[in-house]
Design a protein around this ligand. Structure first.
Ligand SMILES: [Zn+2]
Length: 467
């Protein structure tokens, strides 16, 4: 039997030479791999990203798209890119309509009086100036509200006690965030006068998490806000005791305000394949609470510092490495859409985005044509000493980049970060520079520098991917 098995093995050999030959043509030049390792090692000793995110978070701070602070961030990003030796630095205008937060407050008025820590959801319509007060229709989550065919919500403030599970990859947020996005429409469909929800976050602090919601033109637009997790737990407890709850909320906001933001672009020009773009992105805007350090000052700093390392190194990339700092990721993706419209006919070798804070990269996933997978495997070996595992070919590269990947069928790589603590501070006043761990930030820069370099040097196109 053993001998027969061996012979069967031998009979398979003729299949191999072809495979080996393909693998050789799909391999990197060893000098390019060595350069990727040199970039990686230099990045781990580099402190530029920390300097950048500190300037952005503490010098400018919160910068909702279209605001005066956003305009300052656009100028700052261009100055920083030029100082770091990047070329073709420019700001491309993105007209948009923005939402602006006004003052807001909420209180529990029965069965006990208690002020609530709240934040209006992005795009929320205002309450009447005097506020509104109503009985609470409490639901454990969005699914329970959607299953409700009674008229319990009618004339009431719907409260969604949607919980956000702490996960490394952000999947807990993915499962919870529908309550924030679709809650107001589902509540209004059932006659509710306002929507309140437990903050979509994993902390237990008295802080509220904002974030975009949306309306449906066929359904009345009702005010929507999040309360802190401890406040939501107090409400849940009173509900469980059988109390009739009443809430009062007053919030002001303006919608559809004409404004202007920009995508900031900076490049390391390529050589023989300069017309092909390796896009490493992040978003420059932030929510109006906190400093926008984690979301997404960290990403801005990571990709800018990574490109600067490539620009400073002695070798010119084959393809053009392009940093894109997108405008208004947080409330409409206007920057990503404008970029796609403008560059739709330009070949993109890669779209990638750092937009998951400053936690360490733990996984490399891809969305490339199958023939490029051996190259992704070689990139993975460069990243492996930093604790990065090889992932699958169904990755998602960050919100703006994912939009571009899907719309234009551009290939993508995803440097998956550890997001275990990301949703403690996401979209809150706690999104501050002190949340950033310098060594983890440098590890991100190392991953992006090696990734961008090897994407630029690849012996074949990464795309088109299978979507
Ligand atoms: Zn973000």
């Amino acid at each position: 039997m053993k001998r027969r098995a061996l012979l069967q093995g031998v009979s398979l050999l003729p299949l191999w030479p072809h495979g080996v030959a393909s693998a050789q043509t799909m391999a990197y030049d060893p000098a390019d791999l060595r350069h990727a390792e040199a970039l990686r090692d230099a990045a781990l000793r580099d402190t530029e990203a920390l300097a950048l995110v500190t300037q952005l978070a503490t010098g400018i701070g919160a910068r909702p798209a279209g605001s005066e602070a956003d305009a300052r961030a656009v100028r700052w990003a261009q100055d920083a890119a030029r100082r770091l030796g990047l070329q073709a630095v420019r700001a491309e205008p993105v007209p948009l309509r923005i939402w602006q937060r006004g003052p807001g407050s909420a209180q529990l008025v029965a069965p006990v009086q208690q002020p609530l820590v709240m934040a209006a959801l992005g795009n929320s319509v205002p309450t009447p100036e005097a506020g509104l007060e109503a009985e609470v229709a409490w639901y454990p989550d969005l699914a329970a509200l959607m299953a409700d065919t009674s008229d319990r919500a009618k004339g009431r403030i719907v409260f969604l006690d949607q919980k956000t599970e702490r996960t490394r990859d952000g999947s807990g947020y993915g499962r919870a965030v529908g309550a924030r996005i679709n809650g107001p429409v589902e509540a209004a469909r059932r006659g509710a006068v306002a929507l309140a929800l437990r903050s979509i976050g994993t902390d237990r602090e008295r802080i509220a998490h904002t974030g975009a919601t949306r309306y449906d033109l066929r359904v009345p637009r009702i005010p929507a806000f999040a309360v802190s997790v401890p406040d939501a737990e107090r409400i849940a407890q009173l509900h469980a005791e059988g109390a009739t709850l009443r809430l009062r909320v007053a919030l002001q906001a303006r919608s559809d305000v004409e404004a202007l933001t920009h995508n900031v672009i900076a490049e390391v020009p390529g050589s023989d394949l300069a017309a092909e773009i390796v896009l490493i992105g992040a978003h420059l805007d932030s929510w109006d609470l906190g400093q926008g350090a984690v979301d997404d000052g960290a990403g801005v700093a990571i990709v800018t510092a990574a490109a600067a390392l490539i620009a400073r190194s002695r070798r010119v990339p084959r393809r053009t490495v392009r940093v894109v700092l997108f405008g208004n990721e947080e409330n409409g993706f206007d920057g990503a859409r404008a970029y796609g419209d403008r560059y739709s006919s330009v070949p993109h070798q890669l779209v990638g985005e750092s937009d998951f804070g400053a936690g360490r990269v733990w996984q490399l996933a891809s969305r490339v044509q199958p023939a490029a997978l051996p190259l992704v495997a070689q990139l993975a070996t460069v990243l492996a000493p930093m604790g990065v595992a090889a992932g699958t070919n169904d990755g998602s590269p960050g919100p703006d980049a994912a939009l571009l990947m899907r719309r234009h069928r551009w290939p993508a790589l995803q440097l998956g970060q550890d997001g275990t603590r990301y949703f403690d501070v996401h979209h809150t006043e706690h999104d501050r520079i002190d949340q950033i761990e310098p060594d983890a930030l440098a590890q991100n820069v190392a991953c992006w520098a090696a990734t961008a370099w090897l994407a630029a040097q690849a012996p074949l196109p990464f795309g088109p991917p299978t979507l």
